[in-house]
Ligand binder design. Structure first.
Ligand SMILES: Cc1cc2nc3c(=O)[nH]c(=O)nc-3n(C[C@H](O)[C@H](O)[C@H](O)COP(=O)(O)O)c2cc1C
Length: 403
């Protein structure tokens, strides 16, 4: 990484302290870091700390006679291979989405001709606000790369999405972008230049505004597979049902709730070279999602009528010219694992089925998995292993199949 340069914009959020750790990671990897600190950012970390760790001067003012004489703001915006915004405040995202340029950070984002990576960090309500979500969609449409945010406890005491991705995850995303699919070490990675779609987690089917039909899937296996594919150089879109897991480094995550939302998100993510359907999609949903909470009453419990959900795996496997070259399904079975999995392979029209016996202790929701790989050619029994190992082995098999 020696010789690569990052322009690091540090916005005004509590997570600004993590920008210091990120700076250290980058410097240790030999990447030059030139920091821009917003006025609000300077309320959270000092220019001195940032400058000492970056081993460069900190830029803050747009109208600075000395800075402008030494390096004009346009030159500054182009003086790196990549512009990283961490933390990307709601304010910086809004400015960048609307092309505002009232200070050095926003002017840089508008003037740069280099790729931009943002690591959003804000309160969950700010993140969920339609304005922020609109800005996010605009930025992504403009080609801005986004890492995180994660779900978790926040400094403000609330819980939800908005925690900035950890410095290590931002670092990985930066490495991926600096290396690029077409040049550098990623070029040698087996899935470089490939797009893989992964579904993970449960779906949640609404019965009324407070009740759901869902299942015990933790999402761990699917998340591990998404991370393993990204490590092999793939561009990974992870369509995820509701889980409490951080987004693996280098993975683009789309959150959904119901099976129908998941189907729409998978179709929107096509074309893909491979699709790995790990999500535990609910087979059925209540035929009606009541707008108001169902109440106990003298008529006794309500009768639930279920209707069938769309079959995401079968739909992907039958998507004509848009069909991924390799479609992999997962089968969680409680009995006759092999027979059910073989039948599923034929019924769904997919290429491989990974079958697991979820009655085995510690599999459903746990850390380990014991799987069978069923292809049209035959069947392989893999030793019980940590889900990360199963993910790495499967990613390697997918890479082999695509090359
Ligand atoms: C204690 C405190 C914490 C804040 N944390 C955040 C935050 O995490 N994310 C965010 O978007 N704004 C946060 N804000 C609000 C921003 O600092 C404010 O919108 C500021 O104008 C952002 O400026 P900048 O985008 O130029 O850095 C916080 C404000 C305060 C007082």
């Amino acid at each position: 990484m020696a010789g690569r340069r990052v322009l690091l914009i540090v916005g005004g959020g509590i997570a600004a302290y993590k920008a210091l750790a990120l700076t250290r990671l980058l410097r240790k990897a030999g990447v030059a870091v030139r920091p821009i600190l917003t006025a609000a950012g300077a309320q959270f970390v000092t220019p001195l700390s940032l400058s000492a760790l970056a081993e460069d001067k900190v830029y803050s003012e747009l109208f600075s006679l000395t800075d402008e004489a030494e390096m004009g703001h346009i030159e500054l915006s182009r003086s790196a291979d990549l512009v990283v915004v961490a933390p990307a405040t709601a304010d910086l995202m809004a400015k960048a989405a609307h092309g505002l340029a009232g200070d050095l950070a926003s002017t840089t984002l508008l003037a740069t001709d280099k790729p931009v990576l943002m690591a959003p960090a804000m309160n969950v309500r700010m993140w969920d606000h339609p304005a922020t979500q609109r800005n996010l969609a605009t930025l992504k449409g403009d080609g801005v790369h986004v890492v995180g945010p994660d779900e978790g406890a926040m400094a403000c005491g609330e819980f939800g999405y908005g925690r900035m991705a950890e410095p290590e995850a931002i670092f990985e995303a930066i490495m991926g972008l600096l290396e690029g699919p077409a040049a550098g070490p990623l070029a040698g990675r087996p899935l470089s230049g490939r797009h893989v779609l992964v579904t993970a987690g449960p779906t949640a089917e609404a019965l009324d505004p407070v009740r759901l039909l869902t299942n015990r899937s933790s999402g761990r296996q699917g998340y591990a597979i998404a991370g393993a594919l990204a490590k092999l150089g793939a561009r990974v879109t992870l369509v995820s049902g509701p889980v409490s897991l951080p987004t693996p480094a280098g993975v683009d995550r789309v959150d959904v709730e119901s099976a129908r939302d998941m189907l729409a998100a998978t179709q929107a993510a096509l074309p893909a070279d491979a699709a790995v359907c790990v999500a535990a999609v609910a087979d059925w949903r209540p035929d009606e999602a009541f707008g108001l909470k169902l109440k106990k009453g003298k008529d006794g419990p309500p009768t639930l009528t279920l209707v069938e959900n769309p079959d995401i795996l079968a739909t992907l496997a039958a998507s004509g010219p848009a069909r991924p070259t390799l479609v992999v399904g997962f089968a969680a079975e409680t009995n006759d694992v092999e027979a059910h999995a073989r039948a599923k392979l034929a019924r769904k029209g997919c290429d491989w089925i990974i079958a697991n016996d979820v009655t085995e202790p510690g599999v459903m929701g746990g850390e380990e998995n014991a799987v069978l790989l069923i292809t049209r050619e035959g069947i392989e029994r893999w030793d019980r292993a940590h889900k990360d190992q199963v993910a790495a082995d499967l990613a390697a098999r997918i890479a082999k199949a695509l090359t």
